[in-house]
Design a protein around this ligand. Structure first.
Ligand code: CTP
Ligand code: MG
Length: 398
């Protein structure tokens, strides 16, 4: 039997606006920042906050995309997500979200998807204040600029900014307060706090966060993009439900380079060199591809391609250390790597332990095991034209 979740808190994420002032092709919530949509970024904050039912209010026709974003962002909390279609105004969209709240919900947060970078602690702060006071709660920032009241171009008077606060979202309310206020609202209000206050309820502020700014204009979008590091196409370890992942990599290099042979992180004096942009170390390159594939971070060309002159002539330790760093940044640690090497030469057995130690050291101590074989004279390795390596890597959330 599956239990219906019964969260006490509900978060309505309004994402149904068209983004007229942003002026992009897609509705605002589906404009990209660093490889993910604005909505997906907003949901990252929502799902890092205390557990809650999450109702996403999407533009008509975009519900499926919203659900895909939501499932990715929700991870293990996917059963707490629903998507409803928005209205012609923000207020109409919030009303659609309210109608989708589950019976267990007692405290409701209404959040603009356009405030995509809002940190999770703002959610926690708002929930805490609603619980403590029973009032409506708005995260707000002090106004920094000097404010003037104007008529056309003429300044009429200075406004005392100590009496002003800039309101953000998520705004939190007791469910009964929000529902009754929406039921009696007879006009459009600029935000939920204004609507609730107009219905006669008390609203207080808590500290907001500069990162909770609303993406409204192209300049705001640039700012948000500048604040966000590109997200890999496959989600970071935190979205992998704590499971390990495997990846595979292979590489081939032909004999015929200059200098001495570099293979499996070792120099092999007297052996013919391999050709390649770097040192041609097929073993190291297969390991790099296996690790990147396990983490969903692309492949060796993505990070070390021929357009990166700093890797020309680089050896295994450089490649593997950087690969381990890339995985670390995405939240992954290496469990172990197995490699099989196919070639007639060099003979690996006498230096196997040394090679395994060198590769493992370059990966920060994670074990690398190395097997070598010939191909009975068959194929290009049998003919002595080159070498081939196959690697399988296992990684886990760090
Ligand atoms: N919103 C909504 N439904 C609407 C209008 C707005 O859900 N009918 C949402 C937006 O998606 C946004 C939030 O309300 O997350 C704040 O609105 P705003 O920043 O004004 O977004 P847009 O209305 O999309 O932008 P614009 O006013 O420039 O068209
Ligand atoms: Mg708008």
């Amino acid at each position: 039997m599956t239990l219906t979740p019964s969260p006490r808190v509900g978060v309505i994420v309004v994402a149904a606006g068209s983004g007229t002032r942003l002026g992009q092709d897609a509705p605002k919530a589906f404009v990209g920042i660093g490889g993910h949509t604005i909505l997906r970024h907003a949901l990252r904050g929502v799902f890092s906050a205390p557990e809650a039912q999450v109702v996403i209010v999407a533009p008509a026709g975009r519900e499926g995309e919203a659900l895909t974003d939501a499932r990715e962002a929700a991870g293990a909390r996917a059963d707490l997500v629903s998507v409803v279609t928005g209205g012609a105004t923000r207020q109409g969209s919030v009303a659609a979200g309210i109608a989708a709240l589950w019976p267990s919900v007692e405290v409701v947060l209404v959040h603009d998807a356009a405030r995509a970078l809002t940190p999770p602690d703002v959610f926690a702060r708002v929930i805490g204040a609603v619980d403590r006071t029973g009032w409506g709660v708005v995260p707000a920032l002090a106004v920094i600029d000097t404010i003037k009241r104007v008529e056309g171009e003429r300044i009429v008077e200075a406004v005392d900014r100590s009496q002003l606060a800039a309101a953000q979202t998520p705004q939190g309310f007791r469910r009964d307060v929000l529902e009754t206020s929406y039921a009696v609202a007879a006009e459009e209000y600029t935000d939920d706090a204004a609507l609730v206050a107009a219905a006669g309820h008390r609203v207080a502020i808590v500290e907001g966060d500069p990162l909770a700014f609303k993406i409204t204009t192209p300049a705001d979008l640039d700012r948000a993009r500048g604040l966000t590091t590109p997200v890999p196409a496959v989600p970071a370890a935190s979205a992998g439900h704590g499971m390990p992942r495997v990846g595979i990599g292979t590489d081939v290099h032909a004999f015929g380079g200059d200098g001495s042979l570099w293979l499996a992180g070792l120099e092999w004096p007297g052996e013919p060199a391999l050709s390649g942009h770097s040192d041609g170390d097929a073993v190291a390159h297969a390991i790099v591809d296996a690790l990147l594939s396990a983490a969903g971070l692309g492949d060796i060309g993505t990070h070390f391609g021929t357009s990166r002159p700093e890797f020309a002539g680089a050896h295994a330790d450089t490649f593997l250390a950087r690969t381990r760093e890339l995985l670390g940044e995405a939240g992954w640690a290496v469990v172990n790597v197995g490699v099989q090497f196919q070639s007639n030469r060099p003979r690996f057995a006498p230096r196997r332990a040394e090679a395994e130690a060198a590769l493992s050291a370059a990966l920060g101590g994670s074990p690398v095991s190395l097997a070598a074989t010939t191909t009975d004279g068959l194929g290009f390795t049998g003919a002595g034209d080159g070498v081939q390596a196959f690697a399988v890597a296992l990684i886990r959330p760090a």
